[in-house]
Design a protein around this ligand. Structure first.
Ligand code: PMP
Length: 360
């Protein structure tokens, strides 16, 4: 008797308007707790809101085609020239642009097991062969096995640091040892969508890595720690020669005016970012403590989500859904006993934990 839309949940729930989702569930919108898409549960910076509210009244002109002012702001933040940055519609667009730049039929892309589902999609769209490499026993990317899979047709390797959905991370030493062995005609895309959440002492010096390796591109986003998922804005950092190629496939005006302004304002509001990181650390500790008390295994405390082993993941996700709590099942990752929960506010985490305890 499970409605079809519940079965199809993973495909569309993250983008369904909350009002509609609530109506489908027979609940009030305020009863819905979205812990499914690793968004910022605290919303967005007030300074960003003020900036966009004003700009929203003036949208008759085209936006800056290359997001120059955002490039400038990034250049100032990171101390690298402006042409080391490309601004994209979410980091998702950058993943696709990088694939289009280097992949085609006859070439292959290497993707670790338990990676973000968009990687194989963008690579397949370019006609490339996908080489999925089994993870290590602790669910991390197996860098040695990845090296063994490289051949003369390999053009792209995706690595996520920290990883979604396992929350595992790669150390700077592991990354450098690995890059030293990767041929220079293979582009390595480090997807750092969640890097802000990784403890400072565990963060690799990505800028030094990009400066040293011309075949590396770092993908970052404003969707997670900065709370701007709805704006669709992300960026890449790489040497200008590589970005020049990527820019050939990027459409001009790919990022709208409001999103460019929102991202610039978000970069300036360091206080909002720090508060988000502090809240997230507290939320991670709250969830981990409760999982320990329940005797549940979990992975990854280095991001804004935890993936936890609950038994029949799909069943738990379905039961939580009836109560309006939306979390992610892991069947598509071949981890049917696990669910992924985004760190919410303290109250949202409490509600989720109460319901989970009851179900277990
Ligand atoms: N990379 C990873 C690992 C992600 O989890 C996500 C979002 N779920 C993205 C990239 C894409 O994020 P966006 O396009 O919003 O920047």
């Amino acid at each position: 008797s499970t409605p079809a839309w519940v079965q199809a949940l993973d495909k569309y729930v993250a983008s369904k308007p909350i009002e509609e989702l609530a109506a489908d569930l027979g609940l009030e919108p305020k009863e819905i707790i979205m812990l499914v898409a690793n968004e910022n549960p605290y919303g967005m910076s007030q300074k960003v809101k003020d900036k966009i509210a004003h700009a929203a009244l003036n949208l008759n002109r085209y936006p800056d085609a290359d997001s120059c002012y955002l490039q400038k702001a990034l250049s100032k933040k990171y101390g690298l020239p402006q042409d080391w940055f490309v601004v994209t519609s979410g980091s998702s667009e950058l993943l696709g642009l990088t694939a289009q730049t280097v992949l085609s039929e006859g070439k292959n892309a290497i993707i670790p097991q338990y990676s973000f589902s968009l990687y194989p999609m963008v690579a397949k769209l370019c006609g490339a062969e996908i080489r999925e490499v089994p993870a290590t026993s602790d669910y991390n990317a197996d860098l040695q096995r990845i090296l063994e899979q490289i051949d003369e047709n390999t053009r792209l390797i995706f690595l996520t640091n920290p990883n979604n959905p396992t929350g595992t991370y790669l150390s700077e030493k592991e990354i450098i040892d690995f890059l030293e062995k990767v041929p220079s005609n293979v582009v390595v895309l480090f997807d750092e969508a969640y890097v802000e959440f990784l403890e400072k002492e565990l963060q690799p010096d990505s800028l030094e890595i990009v400066k040293r390796f011309p075949n590396v591109i770092i993908a970052r986003t404003f969707s997670k720690a900065y709370g701007l998922a709805g704006c669709r804005v992300g960026y890449g950092i790489a040497q200008p020669e590589l970005l020049e190629l990527i820019n050939r496939v990027r459409h001009p005006f790919n990022v709208n005016d409001l999103s460019q302004l929102a991202a610039i304002a978000a970069l300036e509001d360091q206080e909002f970012l720090e508060t988000t990181l502090k809240n997230n650390r507290e939320g991670i500790a709250q969830l981990a403590k409760a999982f320990d008390e329940l005797g549940l295994s979990y992975m990854g405390l280095h991001s804004n989500f935890i993936t936890v082993k609950v038994g029949d993941g799909a069943k738990i996700v379905g039961e939580l859904l009836k109560k309006g709590i939306i979390v992610r099942k892991m069947n598509s990752y071949d981890l049917p006993e696990w669910i992924r929960v985004t760190v919410g506010t303290k109250e949202q985490n409490e509600r989720f934990l109460e319901e989970l305890k009851e179900l277990l």
